[in-house]
Design a binder for this molecule. Structure first.
Ligand code: ADP
Ligand code: MG
Length: 568
């Protein structure tokens, strides 16, 4: 109802149209008795001459009402879906990273596309039928009671019976619909995985495997659809059958001489016509009930996402420009919903302007530390201080604006290279500045060979680029950001040694005057770091600079020797 509010004028007009449409129909039928009694039985030719005009006039009015109701309802319905989609989109951005870790992309996409569409069906098509046919049924009943209240009493008996069936069937509709929406989510998830993993599927010859997997979810979706249809068909037939008993009963009663005296042929045929005409809307009302329940189930599904708690932004301190002193105190962490302690009692102190390197085996928790700095996950134990201020007390926006992150998985948007570099840049950006950073990050090196230069479209997630080229764009993006804090998570891992050496120059310049946290795979890139922290299984096992760690002859020294011999 709240979504409806801004469009209530259109909606009211639609209701008016629907009610008018039904009223025209009822009025049309109500003229039957006088048509037969006055026109045919009493042969009133003047009256009969008006009948054709009346017919066309009625249908003209009916058409006008139909257009008004359909147009206005669709107008309001599409607006509601648009608003819901927008809200879902906004909410999904605002939801914390931990929520996205738990829910598959396909499932979430299906909510924005399929579920929202179902709600539109319920709020427009279903409502049209509900109101139009509802008014029509009421009108028919009224007409019957007016003609012969004695005969119509039978409806007081069957109405509760029908109500019970409809209530039971509605429950079932809603349950099946809810399962169907989940099944639809599975269909999107499978398709999305197949599309993302297309190359892997081909190279591992897993096409059949995926086809079979999809066959299952696809078929489940179909089964639920059939179930829904079966329920609908049975309930429609059942309700009509009950109504037919009423019809039979009325005809039976009408055959009694006492009854026959009170009825003219006109009223009797009008009565029967009204009863017959009742059957169709009864069917439609049951059918539309399934659409309506489907919409309600979809709404429940959508509102569940909308009711999820967005990222907690309870901090109040607006960070301006920090100097970049970081202190991590007694930090322990496990991912929400997982038991494993990923970080144990981490203590790190970084002076402004320092470069700190994190090294260690994969899975030792390096990336986790880099995701906790911008508070992608809530910290439970310990604290992270930035310039002495607990990051928990800062607003998320101001906290994140202090950092430029180049993550392990470079994400590029389906846009030009220039727009990808400038992504999220606030303020006016000159072409010279753009060229400058592109030059520094060695993006120009490969861009020059492209026909459109920086304005080349790179496709979804930059498919047309190599891993190293993508990383260079990400580095250029970070260069442009000019944030006091820089986090590089294996930012040069996809580069060959030569390109890496070239970019190292750009990075060294990037490190100047700002605090940098560098997670490195190749130790050669971090030899100059002020501090090197060696991590293993969520703990810092060694700490020092390159020379002192080599002298310790521990884990780092071992790692270094190994890589050195590989390179040599
Ligand atoms: P590194 O970057 O050092 O390779 P990570 O910080 O990515 O290591 O991972 C540390 C540990 O946390 C691993 O054991 C990994 O399985 C786990 N982990 C990483 N990301 C998640 C996540 N989103 N949810 C649950 N566990 C995770
Ligand atoms: Mg990592």
């Amino acid at each position: 109802m709240r979504y409806l509010k801004p469009y209530k004028a259109g909606f009211a007009l639609a209701m008016f149209g629907m009610a008018g449409y039904a009223c025209v129909d009822i009025y049309f039928i109500s003229q039957f008795s006088s048509f037969i009694d006055r026109g045919i039985t009493q042969k009133d030719t003047a009256y009969l001459a008006w009948a054709p005009v009346f017919v066309v006039g009625m249908f003209f009015l009916r058409g006008v009402f139909h257009f008004i109701s359909s147009y206005c309802l669709n107008w309001a319905g599409t607006h509601i879906v648009k608003d819901l989609r927008q809200q879902l989109f906004r909410q999904m951005i605002a939801l914390p990273v931990s929520y996205h870790d738990k829910h598959s992309t396909g499932e979430l996409i299906s909510k924005i596309t399929y579920d929202a569409e179902q709600i539109k069906q319920a709020s427009s098509k279903a409502l049209v039928v509900l109101i139009h046919e509802g008014v029509f049924v009421l009108g028919c009943l009224g007409l019957m009671f007016y003609n012969s209240w004695q005969l119509s009493l039978i409806f007081l008996v069957i109405a509760p019976l029908i109500a019970v069936i409809v209530a039971q069937v509605s429950k079932r509709f809603r349950k099946i619909s809810s399962n169907m929406q989940n099944a639809m989510g599975d269909v999107t998830t499978s398709s999305e995985q197949m599309l993302n993993g297309h190359k892997v599927i081909l190279s591992f010859g897993a096409g059949e495997l995926e086809n079979n997997r999809f066959k299952m979810v696809n078929n489940r979706n179909r089964q639920l659809d059939v179930k829904m249809e079966a329920t609908r068909a049975i309930s429609v037939s059942l309700i009509q059958l009950i109504a037919s008993f009423a019809l039979a009963f009325v005809i039976y009663l009408a055959s009694f001489p006492a009854m026959l005296d009170t009825l003219t042929p006109g009223t009797f045929s009008e009565m029967i016509t009204a009863m017959m005409l009742l059957l169709k809307p009864l069917k439609q009302l049951t059918t539309v009930n399934s659409d309506f329940q489907r919409g309600m189930a979809a709404a429940a599904n959508v509102f569940k996402v909308l009711d999820e708690k967005p990222e907690q932004d309870t901090g109040t301190i607006e960070l301006k420009q920090v100097t970049g002193a970081i202190e991590i105190k007694d930090l322990s962490f496990h991912y929400p919903g997982h038991d494993k302690q990923v970080l144990k009692q981490i203590n790190i102190k970084v002076e402004p302007g320092q470069t700190v390197a994190l090294v260690g085996r994969s899975g030792s928790g390096k990336t986790t530390i880099s995701s906790l700095l911008p508070r992608f996950y809530e910290i439970e134990q310990g604290e992270i201080l930035l310039d002495g201020i607990n990051t928990k007390d800062c607003t998320l926006d101001s906290l994140r604006s202090q950092m430029a992150v180049v993550s392990q998985h470079v994400v590029l948007f389906n846009d030009t290279i220039a727009n990808n570099i400038a992504y999220g840049y606030r303020g006016e950006l000159s072409r010279e500045r753009l060229l400058e950073v592109a030059e520094k990050a060695h993006v120009m090196e490969f861009v020059q060979q492209l026909p459109d230069g920086l304005d080349t479209e790179i496709g979804e997630n930059g498919v047309t680029l190599s891993g190293g080229q993508r990383q260079r764009i990400a580095i250029a993006r970070a260069l442009l950001r000019q944030a006091p804090l820089l986090i590089l998570d294996e930012a040069t891992s996809a580069l060959d040694t030569e390109s890496e050496r070239k970019i190292q120059g750009a990075l060294d310049e990037l490190f100047k005057g700002r605090t940098s946290i560098v997670i490195a795979h190749r130790l050669s890139t971090i030899e100059n770091a002020d501090q090197i922290l060696v991590m293993d299984q969520g703990q810092i096992v060694e700490q020092g600079n390159h020379q002192s760690l080599l002298a310790q002859n521990g884990y780092y020294a071992q790692l270094y020797k190994m890589q050195f011999s590989e390179a040599g």
